[in-house]
Ligand binder design. Structure first.
Ligand code: KIV
Ligand code: ZN
Length: 524
């Protein structure tokens, strides 16, 4: 085997998850520190190699969240993105510091600069030589914080090959250990993307000393296919997100990449260390927290991914599962969470279950509030599943840093031929306020009542309801997306009564609009 291909032929595929960074760039998906921590714990359980926890220079809140994740996570490398400039690198270096102290899997700085003619000329207004110089400087500065430095050539898909070879050669000499080749605009197709990876590995001197990585966007629906083509041609790190979340049409979906490689061991010569049984729980958690529902026919994690509708298919599966199934639902985590709690479960069982789910409540008060809500739910619903607990904790108020508005009570009257009416009581920083409203339905009436007393003036961009588990006693999980002054937030609420869930979701979104959480993405 030629020396330059040795690393590229290794049988280990590294999974770099960027749900908390590129995924967070989806409109309304901005997360609080607490929410990021919960997802990070699940990603660690899933076994991802690298968690890109955020973009430290983007905002003090983002830096703080990365730091908290770096303090907590030991089983995955914790990474911050940084543009190739001093300020960003210092911010990233500071944020990952707790992870770089030698415990756990360490900290990484992922620095990037655009290399395509259009980006260099129109966006950066820099000459190619200046871009190379900035890249080298950034890698060297990042090495002062950690020996794990990744370099990305943004818009590599539209970059000149000779220039890519030159800049990659330089950053490898400067000490970068991972070289990422992004299709930033989702423009490539598998044959070309595979060929690009192959040529880079052949042409860049010392290609064998680094891990080659790919980062594909889904604008033409080919992010996963392109990532797999890169793997077939030597990439050994894939950058991806849970549920394919991400900028515009999203990134390559982690679950699809992982399961394609694992299911087709006959053609892939590598595999990841992902614990696939944690895939569905991770998907549900990310969907709950970001408010991005998963389409039912989504591969691996969609509700119908393992449902057989046609009689011929059902008959075939009953006779021999493999007639129509290439994977087992339980292997990717469907029905993995069947240990249920119920009305009679005590505090200890509840606490143990939360710990198992990676949910840490930092005060006795928060634990009491959570246990109280659990008991209320258990009165209405016979079995409480993991998903119910995630929703119960996620709807705000238990782990949220500050919750200005709370729903105290809600009464709705809805009758055929009558105008639906809602009367409710909310707590506004501890002060009780009453409101009434009419609407076209009970949810509309409740929102009108809330607005009559809060007068947020926010625009409602999205309202959606999903059942968390199956059955008519299931909790309904409502997502409300609000926009105000250029900020977009998602709120979630869960309850066995969907009107109550809706009011909670609305208030959750308003609490987020009110919080100091800010997202100011510098140019990426
Ligand atoms: O899409 C992209 O190019 C990126 C880089 C920052 C890696 O997200
Ligand atoms: Zn990206």
């Amino acid at each position: 085997m030629p020396e330059h291909m040795e690393n590229a032929m290794s049988d280990r595929l590294f999974i770099f998850d960027t749900t908390l960074r590129d995924g967070e760039q989806s409109p309304g998906a901005a997360m609080t520190k607490d929410e990021k921590l919960r997802i990070a714990r699940q990603l660690e359980k899933l076994g991802v190699d690298v968690i890109e926890a955020g973009f430290a220079a983007a905002s003090p809140g983002d830096a703080d969240a990365i730091r908290a994740i770096a303090e907590t996570i030991a089983g995955s490398t914790v990474c911050s993105l940084a543009r190739a400039n001093e300020r960003d690198i210092h911010a990233a270096g500071g944020a990952i510091k707790p992870a770089s102290r030698g415990n756990g899997a360490g900290g990484r700085i992922h620095t990037f600069i655009a290399t395509s003619p259009i980006h260099m000329e129109k966006k950066l207004r820099m000459q190619p030589d200046q871009v190379v110089e900035a890249a080298i400087k950034a890698v060297k500065l990042a090495l002062e914080y950690t020996d794990d430095v990744e370099f990305s050539a943004e818009d590599a898909v539209r970059s000149d090959m000779d220039f890519l070879v030159r800049i990659f050669d330089e950053v490898i000499k400067a000490g970068s250990k991972t070289i990422n080749v992004p299709d930033t605009v989702g423009y490539s197709i598998p044959a070309l993307w595979g060929e690009r990876m192959k040529q880079l590995i052949e042409r860049v001197p010392d290609a064998n000393k680094v891990i080659w990585s790919t980062h594909c966007h889904n604008d033409l629906g080919m992010a996963v296919a392109n990532s797999l083509a890169a793997v077939m041609n030597g990439a050994r790190q894939v950058e991806c997100t849970i549920n394919g979340l991400g900028e515009r049409a999203g990134n390559a979906s982690l679950e699809e990449v992982v399961m394609a490689v694992r299911t087709r061991r006959d053609i892939f010569t590598c595999d990841s260390r992902i614990d696939a049984t944690q895939i569905v729980p991770a998907s549900k958690l990310v969907s709950t927290i970001t408010g991005y529902p998963v389409q039912p026919n989504k591969a691996i994690v969609g509700a119908n991914a393992f449902a057989h509708e046609s009689g011929i298919h059902q008959d075939g599966v009953l006779k021999h599962r493999e007639t129509y199934e290439i994977m087992r639902a339980e292997d990717v985590g469907w029905n993995a969470n069947r240990l249920t709690l119920g009305k009679l479960s005590g505090r200890n069982a509840f606490k143990t279950k939360l710990a198992e789910l990676g949910i840490v409540l930092d005060s006795e008060e928060a634990m009491n509030a959570a246990f109280g809500r659990f008991k209320e739910l258990a009165d209405k619903k016979r079995e409480i599943f993991d998903e119910d607990l995630q929703a119960l904790v996620g709807e705000g108020g238990i782990t949220a840093e500050h919750e200005r508005f709370k729903l105290v009570s809600l009464k709705v009257c809805s009758e055929t031929g009558e105008v639906p009416h809602a009367s409710l009581v909310i707590s506004d920083d501890g002060a009780e306020k009453r409101a009434q409203g009419n609407g076209s339905g009970p949810v509309d009436a409740s929102f009108k009542a809330l607005e009559s007393v809060i007068a947020s003036g926010a625009d409602l961009l999205l309202y959606s309801v999903n059942n968390i588990t199956s059955g008519t006693d299931s909790q309904g999980e409502v997502t409300v997306r609000l926009s105000k002054d250029g900020r977009i937030v998602n709120g979630q609420g869960a309850d066995t009564d969907i009107v109550v869930a809706s009011a909670k979701a609305y208030l959750h979104a308003l609490n987020k609009l009110n919080s100091k959480l800010e997202r100011a993405h510098p140019q990426v």
